[in-house]
Design a protein around this ligand. Structure first.
Ligand SMILES: [Zn+2]
Length: 98
C-alpha cells in the first residue's frame, strides 16, 4: 500500500489544521500523532492483520485541554534526587525538628 504524503493534517478533536513535516505518515507541528492497529473490543476497527492501521493527529491545544479536564492522564518517571534536593530535604527535616 503506497502512503500518501500529506503537507497538512487535521486535529481529530477540533479539526484545526497543522503542518505535517513527515514524508511518510504524520508528524504535525504543534501536535501529536498516534497510530493504532486496532484493539479487541472495538466495534469499528480491529482488522487483526498486523498491517492495517489508523493514524490520528491531535493538536497541542486539545491535548492541553484534555489533560486539564482529566481526559488525558500523564505519567512521568520519578524525579531524580539530586544532591541539591537531598540537602534541601535534610535542611527541612532539621528545621522541623528544631
Ligand atoms: Zn485540536
Amino acid at each position: 500500500m503506497a502512503l500518501k504524503v500529506q503537507e497538512e493534517c487535521r486535529c481529530i478533536k477540533c479539526n484545526g489544521t497543522m503542518i505535517n513535516i513527515a514524508e511518510i505518515g504524520l508528524q504535525p507541528i504543534g501536535g501529536l500523532a498516534f497510530v493504532t492497529h486496532g484493539h479487541y473490543g472495538s466495534t469499528y476497527f480491529d482488522p487483526m492483520d498486523a498491517q492495517s492501521y489508523l493514524e490520528i493527529a491531535l493538536c497541542d491545544d486539545c491535548v492541553r485541554d484534555a489533560e486539564r479536564t482529566g481526559i488525558i492522564h500523564r505519567e512521568e518517571p520519578p524525579r531524580k534526587i539530586t544532591s541539591f534536593l537531598k540537602k534541601q530535604r535534610v535542611r527541612r527535616k532539621w528545621e522541623r525538628s528544631a
